[in-house]
Design a protein around this ligand. Structure first.
Ligand code: HEM
Length: 454
């Protein structure tokens, strides 16, 4: 019989285990230190729960594919996320998830996303008009805020096309940031009792979710009562039918999917794009190559869907940003039963953590891991790589449903901004990362806009 190894790791403190390390802002460095000290599978305790950090693509592949049924997505944080997005394709498991994924998947196929490209492009143009006036006033932008607004704008317009009035959009923008912030807090500091207090924060959180609900249910009702067909995601979801029963989604199911697309579909892309502008500002040779490609493919004209495959270098730059700055830096699963990953034993109910951030830097699978090199994503280089060494979108059946959406949106944003502007960090800027649930630049990041001569 093969040797069975018990994963090793820090003992931590009585009762809390390693909670104080895991809750600290440098938790990614701490996790990275665990892999250095204890190897590809290590173990630690948070309160009463056993956690395993798995940092080998072979074992991660097993968790996400052949053993997907025994490693469920029902990890502790899901109850918290469900308070906002309900029972959607993101939060459900088993047969319920399967039905929802089968219904939603076709709406995210390349062809359908291609149909949404003109809505995306119009939303990006609207943002750039606002940037023009900022540029005249020579005001630096907070790039994180701008990328959040543009990706929220894109996802809102692709969901509802013309269905959202200006004041409703403003309300969505206003309530979203606090909802995301408080959800992050609850995930990082999961002390249940705090949520039952009728504190100001808790009541505001509840009110913000109710505000979004009112807007979303309002739009669904208007759609259901009208006869006009729209070319947007909401319409596609309304028209979707269960393969087995022929039944459409109910209003509550629709609300949960819409809320999921809202949440899953903008902050991740916004964080990656914020990193992208920081990288381009610090690496003039890469920026020059992006500018060369954008000029060659588009010149001054507005892009359309046929341009997307031609902007290959730009896409590879974005993929390399997702490697070094993965918006989802850690993914969790729960072991439904006792198991073995490679030689390592895993206990029932243990939480498995794997980290795209660490896997993307694993020296056995990446040459010069810390170096920014978009050539890694040329076809020949990709073929040689372990498919589970690059996981910005997760993997297996629960891989991100929005990959095509996110990649197309990002490439159009990069290309259209590059046509008109050059972005530069002020001299001496030293942007640091913040790792909460997502991996993003810390604090406000001011960036100067330089208008290109037309
Ligand atoms: C750069 C942008 C994005 C990144 C890095 C990203 C990352 C991820 C990751 C890592 C997962 C898997 C989580 C897990 O296995 O536990 C996921 C799932 C998901 N993502 Fe994304 N995502 C992005 C954009 C989007 C967009 C634009 C949408 C929708 C418009 C979206 C919708 C979803 C949904 C619905 C799931 C759940 C799928 C399921 O469990 O079946 N994401 N995403």
């Amino acid at each position: 019989m093969d040797q069975v190894l018990e994963p090793q790791g820090p003992k931590g403190l009585p009762y809390v285990g390693s909670l104080w390390r895991f809750s600290a802002s440098d938790r990614l460095d701490w996790l990275s230190g665990l892999t250095d000290e204890y190897g590809d599978v290590s173990k630690f305790r948070l309160l009463k729960e056993e956690f395993y950090l798995v940092n080998h693509p072979d074992y991660v592949r097993d968790v996400l594919t052949s053993k997907v049924k025994q490693y469920s997505k029902d990890a502790a944080g899901f109850k918290i996320i469900k308070k906002v997005i309900g029972e959607s394709v993101f939060t459900t498991t088993g047969e319920v998830w399967k039905r929802k994924r089968t219904l939603a998947q076709p709406q995210f196929h390349k062809k359908k996303i291609n149909n949404l490209s003109s809505i995306m492009i119009t939303a990006i143009q609207e943002m750039l008009e606002r940037w023009e006036s900022n540029c005249r006033q020579k005001k630096p932008l907070d790039i994180k805020q701008e990328m959040m607004e543009i990706t929220l704008g894109v996802v809102t317009k692709t969901l509802f096309s013309t269905g959202l009035k200006d004041d409703e959009f403003k309300t969505v923008v206003d309530v979203f940031t606090p909802i995301l912030k408080e959800t992050n807090n609850r995930l990082l500091y999961p002390f249940k009792f705090l949520r039952h207090f009728k504190s100001k924060v808790n009541q505001q959180y509840k009110r913000n979710i109710e505000t979004l609900d009112r807007i979303i249910f309002g739009i669904i009702e208007k759609r259901r009562s009208g006869s006009e067909q729209f070319e947007d995601l909401l319409q596609m979801l309304i028209n979707a039918r269960d393969e087995g029963t022929g039944m459409p989604l109910t209003d509550v199911e629709l609300r949960d999917e819409v809320m999921t697309i809202f949440i899953a579909g903008h902050e991740t892309t916004a964080n990656a794009l914020s990193w992208l502008w920081i990288v381009l500002s610090e690496k003039p040779a890469i920026r020059a190559e992006v500018e060369r490609e954008v000029t060659a493919v588009l010149g001054d004209r507005i892009p359309d869907v046929t341009d997307f495959p031609k902007l290959n270098y730009t896409l590879n730059v974005f993929k390399e940003v997702l490697r070094l700055y993965p918006p989802v830096p850690v993914i969790a699963r729960r072991a439904e039963r006792e198991d073995q990953l490679g030689p390592y034993s895993i206990k029932r109910n243990g939480t498995i953590l794997f980290s795209p951030y660490l896997l993307h830097r694993h020296a056995d699978f990446w040459e010069r891991p810390e170096e920014f090199d978009p050539q890694r994503f040329e076809k020949n280089a990709q073929i040689k790589r372990h498919p589970f060494a690059y996981l910005p979108f997760g993997g297996g059946p629960r891989i991100c449903i929005g990959i095509n959406f996110a990649l197309m949106e990002a490439v159009f944003i990069i290309a259209m901004v590059t046509q008109r502007f050059r972005l530069a960090l002020p001299v001496g800027s030293n942007v640091k990362p913040a790792f909460e649930i997502t991996y993003r630049p810390k604090g406000k990041v001011h960036i100067h806009l330089h208008k290109k001569a037309s």
